[in-house]
Structure formats: C-alpha cells, structure tokens
Ligand binder design. Sequence first.
Ligand SMILES: NC(=O)C1=CN([C@@H]2O[C@H](COP(=O)(O)OP(=O)(O)OC[C@H]3O[C@@H](n4cnc5c(N)ncnc54)[C@H](O)[C@@H]3O)[C@@H](O)[C@H]2O)C=CC1
Ligand SMILES: N[C@@H](CC=O)C(=O)O
Ligand code: NA
Length: 429
Amino acid sequence: MNERRKPIRVAMLGCGTVGTQVMRILHEQADDLAARIGAPVELAGVAVRRPNRHPDVPAHLITTDAEALVRSDVDVVVEVVGGIEPVRGLLLSALGNGKSVVSANKALLAEHAADLFAAAESSGADLYFEAAVAGAIPLVRPLRESLAGDRINRVMGIVNGTTNFILSAMDATGASYAETLDEASRLGYAEADPTADVDGYDAASKAAILASIAFHTRVTAADVYREGIAAVTPADIAAAKTLGRTIKLLAICERVNGSVAVRVHPAMIPRTHPLASVGGAFNAVFVEADAAGSLMFYGQGAGGAPTASAVLGDLVAVARNKVSGGRGPGESSYAALPVVPIAQVNTRYHVSLDVADRAGVLSTVASVFAEHDVSIAAVRQQGRGTDASLVIVTHYAPDEALRSTVDKVAGLPSVRAVASVMRVEGEEP
Ligand SMILES: NC(=O)C1=CN([C@@H]2O[C@H](COP(=O)(O)OP(=O)(O)OC[C@H]3O[C@@H](n4cnc5c(N)ncnc54)[C@H](O)[C@@H]3O)[C@@H](O)[C@H]2O)C=CC1
Ligand SMILES: N[C@@H](CC=O)C(=O)O
Ligand code: NA
C-alpha cells in the first residue's frame, strides 16, 4: 500500500560524518521508514563540496549545486553541512518555498532561528533540529512538545561531547589535552573547526537553543556567557581531585528573578554528582520543571550514527506531517524574558592561592572576601614556606563580586599567585 503513495523526496546537503550515516540508515531501513511514515522516502540528491570524496554516493545523486537541488522538486531538505553561509540562504529559500527542513546545525539555529521560523511560518513548512542539541538524546522535542504544558526553571548539563571526552581523559589518565583533542576529531565528535568545541562556542549555541525553547524567549549565542576548557590545567584537575570533585564543561540555563541567565563554563562538581560519571563523548542534561520535577536525559551527544538517529527521527516527523497535512510546532517566544549578564548571577568559586607562609596571611585574604560581601564556606592551608597555598570555597555571591574579590586578592603582597579559579556547581553550600 505504501508503494502506491507518492514518495517523500529528500534533498540532503552535506555528506560528512553525519550525512554518511543518514544515507546508510535511509538505505538500510527504507522499508520500515516507509511503513512508519506512510510513504517511501526517496533521496533526490546529495550536495557536497568535493564530489570525488564520496565514492559510496551513487553518481546520479551527487551534485555541487546545492542551490539547484534545494530549488528542485523536493519535499524536505536535510542539512548536515554546518556553519552559517551558504546554509542560511539555502534553508531560508527552502522554507520560504514550503519545503520542510531538518537541520543538525546548532551554530545556525543559535543565531538565526527567528528568521528561519518566520520563513517556515510564511509557507506552513516544518523546521526540526533535534540533532543540533546533544546528538542522539531526545531533548529538543521533549522541551518543545512533551513539557510544553509545564513551567521549566532550569536546564543544566553536559552538551559537548568533545570537551567531555577531553576532560574525562585528563581526569582519568592525565592524558595531554592536544592528543585527546586529536582523538576526538578522529572519532568524528569534534566540529570541522575544533576550537568551536574547546572554546565553548558549540556548547553556547546549544545552550541558546535550549534556553529559547525552555523559556519561550529568543536567546542567541551572543546572549550566552561563555568560557571554554583551554585554560583548564592539570593543576586544576588535581586540585578538584583532592577535594573529591571533578571538572566538567557545563551549560546552565536558568530563570533568575523573572529574567533568564545562560552560561557555559568549566565547573567543579562533586565526584558523587550524577554528571561526574558522564564520560567520553556522552552528554547528560537535567531539566527542572514545576510539575514534572527533575528529569535527566543521558546518551551519546556526538558521533555520526547517534546524530543520524536524531536526524532520521526528525525526518520521519516532518514526512508524516507532509503525508497527513499536519504541522509541527513553530517558534514560541511570547514570554520575551530579559537575559541578564553573568555578573548578576549568583555563583560559587573555588580559589587556590599560592601564598607567603607567614602569620596574618589568612586574615588579610579573608578580609578582602568580607569587603566584597563574599562569605567563605571552607578554607584550607596546604604546605609550608614557599609551597604554602590557601584553598578557599565560597558561598553563593554575585559573580561580579566574586571576580572583584579574586582580582583584589591577586594584588596582595602576601599572595604569590592565583593558581586556580573555578566555579563550583552541583552541591549544597
Ligand atoms: N559530528 C557530530 O558528532 C555532530 C555534528 N553535528 C552537526 O552536524 C553538521 C555536520 O557535521 P559533520 O557531519 O560532523 O561535518 P563534516 O565536516 O564531517 O561534514 C560536512 C559536509 O558538508 C559538506 N559541505 C561543506 N560545505 C558545503 C557546501 N557549501 N555545500 C554542500 N556541501 C558542503 C562537506 O563536503 C561535508 O560532506 C554540523 O552542523 C555539526 O555541527 C551535530 C551533532 C553532532
Ligand atoms: N562537536 C560536537 C558534536 C555534537 O554536537 C560535540 O563535540 O558535542
Ligand atoms: Na538531540
């Protein structure tokens, strides 16, 4: 019966780590996909940059003219290229012409979601992007649909596989940063330009997308406070271990007094925290909602096949909508909450200071914390003489107060160096 239905014609843009796996699953699961959709899926063309690099793609499907492919008689455009241009223009044209779009492109969605949704709205097309956040893990759809009746207060977790892979290896084996990054690229986790991962841009894009959906507010990557992992040293990892903690790159989206705050930075978390055992390229995200309470999503956040799973799930959804004449959710930004800078967000710091081991140092340092109204939760002196160090963990305070405190402490004559400054998350103060 499915065979008699008009096929859903799909144009695929890009055929790299993710696209290759999308093609494989489309081929291997063709009959099941047709049964689930109610019509067969027909790949109409695959646009790539260098055709000679894709010997597995049938020659009649391959093209370098993505624009012509998008303009041709297709129902759905699957975009697994990445980056902003030329993809933005291609997808705007597809959506404006009523072609539904499935995209894995967080960089694009974190900057141009409003325009893309407007184009989709103008023609009644669908825009789905489950693969853009946390790879295989269903997170976009649960937030956009399953939790649409609840009030979400916080979304927090590990959303970048490459940096989690690197930090896990540094923690477990003391492996070097550079060799672990090369391995993450070889395994297909890292972005084409891996600085997007290590400098936190990839996680910031995902945080912007999550915050937009969770809080019904437009949040772009530029609104997200961002620190990457390039400055995390083996000394930071060792300091965390001594204190029964580990370091993870976290994305945190939260409501703060009627506003929204979105940040990405490395943080120390207790080794007993569920996020501490998330290793390799795995991702895990906690969602806290009024009625649902706390939910945890966990799984493979990067890699060709896991990401292709999310792309295929979206393809089935938009194809079903084409068959039934229905439509998925559009943009929901009615709440339009203000986004506050990190300076105003309450955080906690772990500060490790190399100090002169003489009477009065502790009280001089403590008085700077008191001056800035930053309360100290724990302090420990380690070593003697020229090896002396003070490890201080604060209570919650506005991030700007914590920063000013560290700046002033760094200038004290009795402080030889600020060895490590790291935010602390995931434990009661
Ligand atoms: N690799 C992963 O683990 C994940 C990737 N993503 C996203 O999926 C998208 C694709 O990622 P990968 O497959 O890893 O990248 P990739 O670099 O392996 O593949 C990109 C493909 O796009 C093609 N391409 C580049 N410019 C093009 C153009 N102008 N026209 C047509 N084709 C062009 C390239 O030839 C290549 O085939 C990106 O947006 C990425 O952020 C999302 C989640 C996980
Ligand atoms: N480069 C990304 C891929 C998935 O989004 C990551 O490492 O998580
Ligand atoms: Na996902």
